[in-house]
Design a protein around this ligand. Structure first.
Ligand code: F6R
Length: 243
């Protein structure tokens, strides 16, 4: 595990963008596993800048997002499709047909989970998986539980996640209670993983993920077993690490 400490959010975002850019440059038809949320917004902005400066070409890049709220349509401004379209896809020359996100409008969870597992398999797996970190240690929407799940799953979101995400909605009653997410097994099968974290509210989860016991109660702790993980974290997110 490589740990990079940055002095602020901007530096975290730029360094993370550099790693994604290096992946695209070294393998133009790579498969990127992407994340949403507030953490990667600056990184996506930096990637857009690089594209506008002529330094990046997304035309052959393929993507697979980690997760999507169950029940939200693509045009709902809180859906992760909407997020990806507005924060990255519409600004670069990616072919939308090469982008993949779980379908939140599919009511049959078994069907959607099998479909998304096949999408990832057909892509040949993920070259570089980007992750944010939940305050409760979740990655994707794999919430703390008593076992690690392999494939795509439909999860009941924990109250702490609903509470953390209510800031994006008009009120808490509008936060979906379920989501589709790539399972831990899919995340762990990515060739490389890049986790980014900022803010003191991530410090506890990050310390447990890096140094704590490997347990499904802290889903990100499984990353200790992956051979190629880079964590880029801004200093307050690392405030619970030993000096
Ligand atoms: C989003 C995702 C989640 C977030 C996590 C942190 O696609 O998979 O695991 O990365 O909830 O969210 P933010 O960045 O909003 O703190």
């Amino acid at each position: 595990m490589r740990l990079i400490k940055t002095k602020n959010y901007e530096q975290m975002s730029r360094q993370a963008a550099n790693i994604i850019a290096a992946q695209i440059i070294s393998k133009p038809d790579c498969v990127l596993g992407l994340a949403t949320g507030s953490t990667p917004i600056g990184m996506y902005q930096r990637l857009i800048e690089m594209y506008n400066e002529g330094d990046l070409d997304f035309s052959s890049v393929k993507t697979a997002n980690l997760d999507e709220y169950k029940g939200l349509t693509r045009d709902n401004d809180q859906s992760y499709y909407y997020f990806m379209y507005n924060n990255l896809f519409k600004h670069v020359n990616i072919n939308l047909e090469n982008t993949n996100i779980p379908n939140g409008t599919e009511p049959d969870a078994q069907k959607e989970c099998s479909r998304y597992d096949k999408v990832i398999a057909d892509l040949g797996g993920v070259d570089l998986q980007l992750l944010g970190l939940g305050r409760n240690g979740h990655i994707g929407f794999n919430e703390p539980t008593d076992h690690f799940v392999k494939g795509t799953q439909c999860v009941d979101l924990q109250e702490s996640t609903i509470d953390a995400n209510k800031r994006f909605f008009e009120d808490i009653s509008q936060v979906p209670r379920q989501a589709y997410t790539m399972g831990i097994g899919i995340i762990m099968s990515a060739k490389k993983i890049l986790l980014i974290a900022n803010g003191a509210d991530k410090a506890d989860a990050l310390q447990k993920a890096i140094l704590g016991p490997i347990t499904p109660q802290v889903p990100a702790s499984i990353l200790q077993l992956h051979p190629d993980v880079t964590i880029i974290a801004e200093e307050t997110a690392l405030s619970k690490m030993p000096k």
